[in-house]
Design a protein around this ligand. Structure first.
Ligand code: RB5
Length: 161
């Protein structure tokens, strides 16, 4: 099942470098997706001018995404920094997170189909806004394929212990 076909909250955050792209993508999501079953929660940062440390933003989203859910609610995340690299490295330190740094349609699709990524990372200095929108839509609309991929995903989390 795709993320977008479920009752989802998408937690979004960026650092100062990712702020301009975050603004574009949050507005895009509000315009194209906003509904009873698709909620966007913007956790900051709030400006391009004030520098901040991306591990703080990554940790906040990682913790939200891995919190216990009630009922059928699904949580996912979107993290944006200059390259997406720092955000993805930091988010993947939070137990239960599978953050994928994606650069195109193909990596976004496979991040869901094979890795069941629960956080998407994008680089604002490496990805044009129109490509970022396509990555985000593909990520939200693609489904985990399960089967032998589930065994591999389970093995990822065994590395946490
Ligand atoms: C900030 O200058 C930059 O280092 C950060 O946004 C990110 O690209 C780190 O990976």
């Amino acid at each position: 099942m795709s993320l977008s076909s479920q009752n989802i909250t998408l937690y979004v955050a960026s650092d100062h470098a990712g702020f301009p792209l975050k603004k574009i993508l949050v507005e895009y999501l509000e315009k194209t997706r906003s509904s009873e079953t698709f909620k966007v929660e913007d956790l900051g940062t709030v400006s391009e001018d004030k520098k901040c440390d991306y591990p703080d933003n990554a940790a906040e989203v990682g913790q939200k995404v891995t919190e216990e859910t009630t009922g059928s609610e699904v949580k996912a995340g979107l993290l944006i920094c200059g390259t997406g690299i720092g955000m993805s490295i930091a988010a993947n330190k939070v137990a239960g997170v599978r953050c994928a740094l994606c650069h195109d349609h193909y990596t976004a699709e496979l991040s869901r189909q094979h890795n069941d990524a629960n956080i998407l990372a994008i680089g604002s200095r490496t990805t044009e806004p129109d490509v970022a929108k396509e990555i985000l839509d593909t990520y939200l609309d693609s489904s985990f394929l399960g089967e032998y991929h589930s065994i591999r995903v389970k093995k990822i989390h065994q590395l946490e212990h």
